[in-house]
Design a protein around this ligand. Structure first.
Ligand code: NAI
Ligand code: MG
Length: 501
């Protein structure tokens, strides 16, 4: 551990990991599913089966929830000090960092993203998140509260609050940043002292399972983190509906987010949601146009466009429109689409055949509605899951491609004339996850930031993530926040203690 590993050794470690069907982690043990069933995960760059995974469903979820409940109520975890929890979470971050290469390679094989991106972004950001959250574990304080209600002249009260964990948490995550989404969910839940059943996306379960090995190596007690891979309609739905789960935290489509809310009504479990987006990215004519062009291209094309906060609606002040759109199209043409394992690849395949079909359908609908592709607009050859980075113009605000999340490398570009018009059109969507603003006029930047209904606003940058920066959605982009101090509120609950003294 911690020593340099040659590429061949990494390959050997990763191929060992995926050689036999991967088991699920329940109560500190790696087990098969009760049904004995497995499901395949694919390498999206080849379309071939990459690995077989134990397929969890309701029966496995029931066992995992029992283990998490026991660990929460009576296991060693429930008696640990906050500092002991902090040390375990910090250690997990260290172990992850020591295994960057193995995680990055596995992520690329399972998700398709360029290896350089997995190595430089996904894995280090996940390690960082654990360390940031480790720091919070022993700083979750309540308050003392002066009361003004003595009912009798002599009565005095001492009142304070305790911040306690919510309990048993189900976490359902997507496939676009498989390891990082696991970290965003696990880190704060663990810092606050909860226990967890994590369900990775069926398309990309491998890095979460590898993380499970590090969780055991770090020394987390049995049952604190349970990992149950499986499909959404079975394992995911069973978690969302489970009567002994205290909270469900979900990242994925707005459509499934609504199903989760309905499923949660049985026991009124708490719900947090990080859902879709159709984020506006606004370029004013006084921006540094070179950096606005590069930033706008990366705002949409990063991660094959499979980013919930992707800058998918590009608004450009009219006199700069042609220059910016031509610039972004030129950047799109320069993108090298290919297998994430090749060193010069800058965009990998989409994650799945389903996602490819969804994205291509949107491109076709856009064209049929009258949009024009400045560049792109098609899948690439007969190769699996690859699509062209695409810039659509001549759009109208009510078109499907302008209103709906495509979740692929497709941006719609449109000119605007005034800041007022811009704000109303930029806000004209059911989503409100993020927004970008490019201008040298900082007053205008902050006025625009205030006018946009979005959980994150990036000024002269885009897709900047930090464990300390809260992230989440306005409107139908979600409930609650991930990361930062804000997320800890959502993994704790307040107990008010009032004593007559
Ligand atoms: P999805 O929302 O179906 O999947 C996300 C997670 O939810 C997966 O773990 C899945 O197994 C689980 N799930 C699915 N149905 C469930 C149910 N009934 N109950 C509980 N859990 C369930 O997303 P999908 O189908 O993979 O992608 C569809 C679209 O969703 C994408 O095109 C994109 O627009 C959006 N999406 C947004 C993401 C985000 O980061 N906000 C991430 C992934 C997808
Ligand atoms: Mg789905």
């Amino acid at each position: 551990m911690g020593t340099a590993i040659s590429p061949n050794q990494i390959d050997a470690r990763v191929s060992d990991f995926i050689e036999k069907p991967r088991k699920m982690l329940i109560d500190g043990k790696w087990v098969n599913s009760v049904s004995g069933k497995t499901f395949p995960t694919y390498n999206p760059a080849t379309g071939e089966v990459l690995a077989q995974i134990a397929e969890g469903d309701k029966q496995d979820v029931d066992i995992a929830v029992k283990a998490a409940r026991k660990a929460f109520e009576s296991g060693p975890w429930s008696k640990m000090s906050a500092t002991q929890r902090s040390k375990l979470i910090w250690k997990l971050g260290d172990l992850l960092e020591q295994n960057v290469e193995q995680f990055a390679l596995l992520e690329t094989l399972d998700n398709g993203k360029p290896l350089a991106v997995a190595r430089a972004a996904d894995v280090p950001l996940a390690a960082d998140l654990f360390r940031y959250m480790a720091g919070w574990a022993n700083k979750l304080e309540g308050t003392t509260i002066p009361l003004s209600v003595p009912y009798t002249p002599k009565a005095k009260y001492l009142a304070y609050t305790l911040r306690e964990p919510v309990g048993v948490i189900a976490q359902i995550i997507p496939w676009n940043f498989p390891l990082l989404m696991a970290a965003w969910k696990l880190g704060p839940a663990l810092a606050a002292g909860n226990t967890i059943i994590l369900k990775p996306a069926e398309q990309t379960p491998l890095t979460a399972l590898l993380l499970g090995e590090l969780i055991m190596e770090a020394g987390f007690p049995d049952g604190v983190v349970n990992i149950v891979p499986g499909y959404g309609e079975t394992a995911g739905a069973a978690l969302a509906a489970h009567d002994d789960v205290d909270k469900v935290a979900f990242t994925g489509s707005t459509e499934v987010g609504k199903l989760i809310v309905h499923a949660a009504t049985g026991n009124l479990k708490k719900v947090t949601l990080e859902l879709g987006g159709k984020s506006p990215n606004v370029v004013f004519k006084d921006a540094d146009l070179d950096s606005a062009i590069a930033g706008s291209a990366s705002a949409i094309f990063f991660n094959q466009g499979q980013t919930c906060c992707a800058g998918s609606r590009l608004f450009v002040e009219r006199s700069a429109f042609d220059q910016v759109v031509e610039g972004v199209s030129a950047q799109a043409k320069k993108i090298k689409v290919g297998s994430g394992l090749e060193a010069d690849t800058t965009m990998g395949p989409l994650v799945s055949d389903e996602q490819l079909r969804r994205v291509v359908k949107y491109m076709d609908i856009g064209m049929a509605e009258g949009a024009r592709a400045m560049t792109g607009g098609k899948k690439i050859g007969e190769k699996v899951y690859f699509v062209e980075p695409t810039v659509l113009v001549d759009t109208k605000d009510d078109m499907k491609v302008v209103q709906e999340e495509i979740f692929g490398p497709v941006v719609v570009a449109t000119p605007f004339d005034t800041p007022e018009e811009l704000a109303s059109r930029a806000n004209n969507t059911v989503y409100g996850l993020a927004a970008g603003i490019w201008t040298k006029d900082l007053s205008k930047a902050h006025r625009t930031a205030a006018a946009l209904r979005a959980g994150t606003v990036w000024i002269n940058c885009f897709n900047i993530f930090d464990a300390a920066l809260p992230f989440g959605g306005y409107k139908q982009s979600g409930w609650g926040r991930e990361m930062g101090k804000d997320v800890l509120e959502l993994y704790t609950q307040t107990k008010a203690v009032c004593t007559r003294i």
